[in-house]
Design a binder for this molecule. Structure first.
Ligand code: MN
Ligand code: MN
Length: 285
């Protein structure tokens, strides 16, 4: 009689769940447009637009055990947020695949750190930005430092980013000197996502992949409601293809940087649809 207001089709209890949705409403270091703390609930609301049946994979999401734990209380202090997210990872059962709804990109380093505790982890980031700054706005926890912090975490065996088209001169030097693999949106445009993905996965050469999707990787024409929009981005089809190829071996997913105040709904809908595709693809095996 009453509809639950979590992510659509997330009706399972935690002890039975194969997938667990967690909202991480943190935007304390936003550098341009803030408001990504409203992201998780906007994605949940948008998720009710879609059929529970996914005809691509011929399965029904209502038949999959999905639990939505709701949002964590993260406050505005990045140090507190990082510690709290780490506690969350320790609390989640190992057999449930976590799907984190951001929040800004700074949610990803503590997630990667937590998931790397159970085995070496490769992190695949989709992003317009390198996010390799040592610090930004007087904090090392800034979302502009997300990939740099991920690379410093123990147990991160591999890393690659796709969709890159922005960074400081220092960040590009840092990537070059450190041999940090990144693939530009131009390469995706010119060579195709399959070619780029093939090279990225081969380079990473790891079994367990964590996928972190900064929505600004996608062109603002498709995903305008992000903190730092950057033209000449990936298409929705490109990102769908990444999920198609990576979900079977993925140990988790986050979708970050949605700022609903700048949306006419299309960015939230895309985020929800990508999360649903990830679950369906992974469940299909
Ligand atoms: Mn980012
Ligand atoms: Mn970005």
């Amino acid at each position: 009689m009453f509809q639950r207001c979590g992510f659509a089709d997330a009706d399972a209890d935690l002890q039975d769940a194969a997938y667990v949705v967690v909202g991480l409403p943190f935007d304390g270091t936003a550098s341009f447009r803030s408001g990504s703390r409203e992201g998780p609930d906007a994605i949940r609301l948008a998720s009710f637009n879609f059929e529970s049946y996914d005809f691509n994979y011929d399965l029904d999401l209502s038949d999959i055990a999905i639990c939505d734990l709701g949002n964590m209380d993260l406050g505005a202090d990045p140090v507190y947020a990082e510690e709290t997210i780490k506690e969350c990872i320790a609390f989640l059962p190992d057999r449930a695949v976590p799907i984190f709804l951001g929040g800004e990109h700074s949610i990803a380093p503590p997630i990667a750190e937590g998931l790397a505790e159970t085995g070496s982890l490769g992190v695949l980031v989709l992003d317009a930005h390198l996010d390799l700054r040592e610090s930004f706005g007087n904090t090392r926890y800034s979302h502009a430092c997300a990939s740099r912090r991920i690379l410093e975490k123990k147990g991160i065996g591999a890393y690659a980013s796709i969709g890159i088209r922005s960074g400081s001169k220092e960040e590009f030097s840092f990537a070059k000197e450190g041999g940090i693999p990144y693939y530009t949106s131009r390469e995706v445009h010119e060579r195709g996502i399959d070619d780029v993905l093939e090279r990225a996965i081969k380079k990473m050469n790891c079994e367990r992949i964590y996928l972190s999707i900064d929505l600004d990787a996608i062109d603002p024409a498709f995903a305008p409601a992000v903190g730092n929009p950057e033209p000449f981005g990936l298409s929705t089809w490109d990102v769908s293809r990444v999920i198609e190829r990576v979900a079977p071996r993925a140990v988790g997913l986050d979708i970050n940087e949605l700022t609903p105040a700048y949306d006419h709904g299309q960015t939230a809908l895309l985020a929800a649809r990508l999360a649903r595709q990830f679950i369906a693809r992974k469940a299909k095996g």
